[in-house]
Design a protein around this ligand. Structure first.
Ligand code: AQP
Length: 324
């Protein structure tokens, strides 16, 4: 079976961007791939955060993933810092990563702007640690949103450099994009992102979802009720594509283009459908919160097998580098 690796930061509640852009695909892949999914806490500490809340965030992320349908019996789920080989490999990869490549990374530039008081070396080296996460398990496929494609190009470049310099062979990891490559936030500008606060989280209650969608931006050309709109550029319609039936999507497309329906009608339908879709997820999340051992033991079991595999793979690389 092909090896799949992907990660998610415990930097806030799992949101619809993560869910549609990554997690749905993660679940599908567990059918016929050897999947490893990681809660990347060492990545998350490159942003400002409250240490006392970190364990709760890790728990919430793991429980949310399981509630969305990620089954620890069909894949491995674990916490990055529980497998120290990740940071050890990242150090090694630093030595073959050109500074120029890191300086070109769009995520580094945008995070440097959004957290200008905390531009740390970890933020700069984030894609190297990400490459280590993937290469440590020789993963071939990496399901991600569009924002991570550039980081994967760098991971492939690192693979080529390891090959040229040490004759060490690894698969060049390929991105697997979902249908929703980049869900915009409710502000309609940036991508939906935990740290930007423009999200709908999978545990949001009905009132919150209703209020948030009511205030969300739609097609900017549609200023008045009678103006026709373009669903292709509307973030609300992007969400309809996933949460609504084909009939409802046709209703939204035709109604928007002809101005037969207003943005309010379109939002109301979407709100109902999101609430319905999230109901069973939230019910399972509630059960997991009452039984935290189920979540922590799944994470411990995942870390145990990952650590064995990671240590063996890292040993091989050390040998190729003359470090054994
Ligand atoms: N808006 C999005 N649309 C599609 N995919 C998305 N992903 C994130 N936001 C969107 C994908 O979700 C996976 C996990 O992301 P992450 O938590 O590791 O980091 P991120 O991309 O930086 O997500 P956030 O929410 O924006 O986190 P913060 O604010 O903490 O930086 C990735 O595969 C990502 O592509």
């Amino acid at each position: 079976m092909e090896k799949v690796f992907s990660g998610i930061q415990p930097s806030g509640q799992l949101h619809l961007g993560n869910y549609l852009g990554a997690v749905k695909k993660w679940i599908e892949l567990t059918e016929d791939h050897d999947c490893i999914y990681c809660i990347v806490d060492y990545h998350a500490v490159t942003q400002d955060y409250k240490p006392k809340k970190m364990q709760k965030r890790i728990f919430e992320m793991a429980a949310s993933l399981m509630a969305c349908g990620l089954d620890p019996d069909r894949c491995r789920i674990f916490v990055q810092s529980h497998v120290p080989e990740h940071t050890e490999l990242a150090w090694i990869l630093n030595t073959v990563t050109p500074m120029g490549e890191l300086e070109r990374q769009v995520q580094y530039k945008s995070k440097s702007e959004s957290q200008s008081e905390n531009i740390n070396v970890g933020l700069f080296g984030y894609p190297v640690l990400q490459a280590a996460d993937i290469l440590l398990y020789r993963a071939q496929k990496v399901p991600v949103g569009e924002d991570q494609v550039q980081h994967l190009e760098l991971a492939r470049e690192i693979v080529r450099r390891l090959r040229n310099r040490f004759g060490y062979e690894l698969p060049e990891p390929q991105p697997l994009l979902s249908d929703v490559k980049r869900l915009k936030g409710l502000d309609g500008d940036d991508k939906m992102s935990k740290s930007l606060g423009n999200t709908i989280s999978v545990d949001a209650d009905a009132d919150t979802i209703t209020k948030k969608i009511k205030g969300a931006k739609t097609d900017p050309q549609r200023k008045k009720r009678k103006d026709p709109g373009d669903p292709k550029v509307c973030n609300i319609f992007t969400m309809h594509r996933f949460f609504s039936t084909e009939k409802e999507q046709r209703w939204a497309t035709e109604g928007c283009k002809s101005a037969d329906i207003g943005c309010g009608d379109c939002k109301k339908k979407l709100t109902e459908n999101i609430i319905t879709h999230l109901e069973p997820i939230q019910a399972t999340l509630g059960e997991l919160r009452k039984d935290p051992d189920r979540v922590w033991s799944a994470l411990a079991a995942g870390a145990l097998t990952c650590r064995r595999e990671a240590a063996a793979n890292l040993d091989e690389l050390r040998e190729a580098m003359g470090l054994r």
